[in-house]
Design a protein around this ligand. Structure first.
Ligand SMILES: NC(=O)c1ccc[n+]([C@@H]2O[C@H](COP(=O)([O-])OP(=O)(O)OC[C@H]3O[C@@H](n4cnc5c(N)ncnc54)[C@H](OP(=O)(O)O)[C@@H]3O)[C@@H](O)[C@H]2O)c1
Length: 303
């Protein structure tokens, strides 16, 4: 049985990837800092097929140990805001560097690296800058890496539709940052996971960059209106200028789960949609799922 190590396998995207890998017959090592939190993953495979490994991506020797014996490695580790040791630079650059360097040393055949749409070393956003720099570091050690850049990902455990819906439950109004004009191309988590698993079996994906988006482009305002409509709530959408949102983010960023950070406000100034010549889900025959077929199901609990 072929073995794959999945860094970040306990996260939102990781759980779907692990499940699909197990179904496809892979033995899966789930490399995360808190392996006890992967208990729910084990029943997704046969006995012994899914094995948690305690690893910080920031420690090269631990990373190297976790990939020993694996033919393939998938790095899904990422953060949306910084906390203590978990900075963008450390996680998205040094962590990614550790994984690629270890893959080279251990002669791993395939590496899939999860980046993000908008990754760019010239970006004023620290998140997008570090994702761009991470890609460069990974390519330096592993030129055949397959890089995945998704737009915002939706699914039952997402932090996007769920966030707007839960805000609407308690608040009489919702803030539309920058007037809600930023465009997104939300992509379904199962489609992203399916695409990643297909990459492993398709040598033509080596050394390529794929941008993944759903079938439709929406503005932030349209997404918020759709969420409110779906959960049957009538709430005021209040346009919030970027400068005001950034100011609020300066204080909010220290909350355990920040509603918005100054860096996220910077990110919102740029549309998050696929380029005109992007190789998307269809490149590997994955048909993009319309959000209307999935989102109402998991937002029903907010009605
Ligand atoms: N969700 C989206 O809308 C979206 C959009 C574009 C790109 N992405 C990218 O897709 C990837 C997966 O996103 P996600 O939404 O699934 O994130 P997530 O739910 O926050 O999961 C992150 C995973 O990374 C692990 N992790 C964090 N720090 C680590 C460290 N130092 N060492 C080892 N593991 C660590 C976490 O496990 P522990 O905390 O247990 O270690 C967790 O398994 C990320 O790279 C993200 O940037 C996501």
């Amino acid at each position: 049985m072929k073995t794959v190590t999945v860094f970040g396998g306990s996260g939102f995207v990781g759980r779907y990837v692990v499940q699909k890998l197990a179904k496809a017959g892979w033995r899966v090592k789930v490399a995360v800092r808190y392996p006890l939190e992967t208990k729910s993953l084990k029943p997704m495979g046969n006995i012994g097929q899914i094995a948690p490994v305690g690893v910080s991506i920031l420690d090269y020797n631990e990373v190297l140990g976790a990939i020993q014996g694996s033919q393939a490695v998938i790095n899904l580790v990422g953060i949306l805001f910084e906390r203590g040791q978990q900075t963008f630079e450390k996680v998205h650059i040094h962590g990614a560097d550790n994984v690629a360097r270890a893959c080279k040393e251990a002669k791993v055949k395939r590496l899939i690296h999860m980046s993000a749409l908008g990754a760019d070393t010239d970006s004023p956003s620290q998140y997008a800058w570090s994702k761009g720099a991470g890609e460069k570091h990974v390519k330096k050690y592993f030129s055949n890496v397959t890089i995945i850049r998704p737009s915002v990902i939706f699914g039952p455990e997402d932090d996007f539709f769920n966030r707007f819906a839960s805000m609407a439950v308690y608040s009489p109004c919702l803030p539309a940052v920058g007037g809600g004009e930023t465009k997104f191309q939300p992509v379904y988590v199962c489609d992203v996971a399916e695409f990643i698993v297909r990459c492993l079996d398709d040598p033509s994906t080596k050394g390529k960059v794929y941008e993944l988006g759903g079938p439709e482009v929406y503005t932030l305002r349209e997404i918020m209106e759709y969420t409110l409509d779906t959960i049957g709530k009538n709430r005021l959408l209040v346009p919030l200028p970027f400068a005001v949102a950034r100011f609020m983010g300066l204080f909010g960023q220290y909350l355990p789960k920040p509603p918005v950070t100054p860096d996220q406000v910077t990110l919102l100034k740029k549309d998050n949609i696929l380029g005109p010549r992007a190789k998307g889900l269809q490149a590997l025959g994955v048909r993009p799922t319309h959000l209307e077929t999935v989102v109402p199901g998991y937002l029903a609990r907010y009605r």
